[in-house]
Design a binder for this molecule. Sequence first.
Ligand SMILES: [Zn+2]
Length: 472
Amino acid sequence: MSSLNLLKKYYVKIPLKMTNIIGYTLNIIPANKRFGKVYEHQFRQLELEQYAPSEVQAKQTDEKFLALVRHAYNHVPYYRDLFDQHQIRVDTFTGIKDIEQIPFLTREQLRQCKEELIADDVERNKLIYKTTSGTTGNQVGFYLDEDTVMKEWAYVNHLWGRIGYKPDSSRLVFRGSVFRALAKKKKSWQYDALRKELSCNIFDMSVKNLHEYCGAIKRYKPDYIHGYMSAIVVMAKYIEHSHVDLKHQFKGILAISENVIESQRDYVEKIFNCRLYSFYGHSERLVIAGECEYSYEYHVEPSYGYIEIIDEEGQVIHDDQIGEIVATGFCNQGMPLIRYRTGDMASWSTKQTCSCGRNHLRIKDVYGRCRRDVLVNRENTFVSLISLNTHSDVFDKVTRYQYYQDVVGEVVLKLMVDTPLSEKEETAILKQLNEKTQDKITYTIKYVDDLPVKANGKYSTIDQQLDLDSFC
Ligand SMILES: [Zn+2]
């Protein structure tokens, strides 16, 4: 394990007082230097290459893909067997167009063939073991090269830079991690001067705690809000309804991990009066795609990985139809994953160019984990959450909501509100939902006091209790 990763592992054990003393001193060193060589090199490359012409990017993709498949054939038992079995000759490949010869890799295959997917030319103890998000039993484990951590951080910093973020900007953090003050003193927030993070407890966003967070914001004046959308929305609702005067203007909002629903984006941007920025990525670290200064479409980073979108029959989609994202990562030599079915949904942009001038491929309407984020209508057909996306303001009074389903064709819409909606507002919500799902689902509204986040602090808009596999 590198000294940097070791430091990261033990960082949380250092007393907060100590990190704050070190922080104020260490922050004199420019962030790019502090994060180490891997970070510095990657960050510089990204800044240099971001406006590269399409032909240059296409050439880079071809080269990275050819290097990947040759490495996979020579050093990864799973791929050697797979290619031989399908008579795939990687030595005849000339570029990314040949990728379609390779069969898809499913989560189930990753689970079953984990050991065979590890390259035989890497030191095992230098790989980092991770699991995908998901419920217990549904998670999949995989290995990452140790330098992927700082590489990823360089990509994220580069992307956030599009709304002015600097590696030494300060952040108000709403994430699922349990921080020191929360674990030791049961405090609801803490300020870490080394990381310049004001972390707030998202597992208990009571009015009392939200009031305290506002006090801490006034004191530390963080530049950006960083975290899960569900928690940011709760904060925004509190600010709106309590009329608290923060006397502080954030420079932007950095949303991570959860799907960004357009109506929530509009609302949060209105309340905080700044841009909300998000990027698409996943724990397997195969692809990353971020919005730009001018557009909410996700620009796929060509040096990180390659994206394909496929339909239900597994055919590659080239038009703007919504399909499943299939990802091939270029950054992980230890366990290369080729044509991995992510379960996430998206469609290609229909616009030829983007005002930002970058020539990256662009995807839109990205939606996570299609296998879980669906409702089942009376005809036993899946209805993606994306199709329920609403632009209307009927959800404005709702702090949090969730679709609960345990009967086919019937859905309970759970609402967490400060004051119950009027009959007219309820009717408006139901009318919209019925229109969107063409009266094939019966909705009932139920008011609840709390809609808790999951153990990892993330929030799911759908609580699907049906066994989705039985509908395939
Ligand atoms: Zn752009």
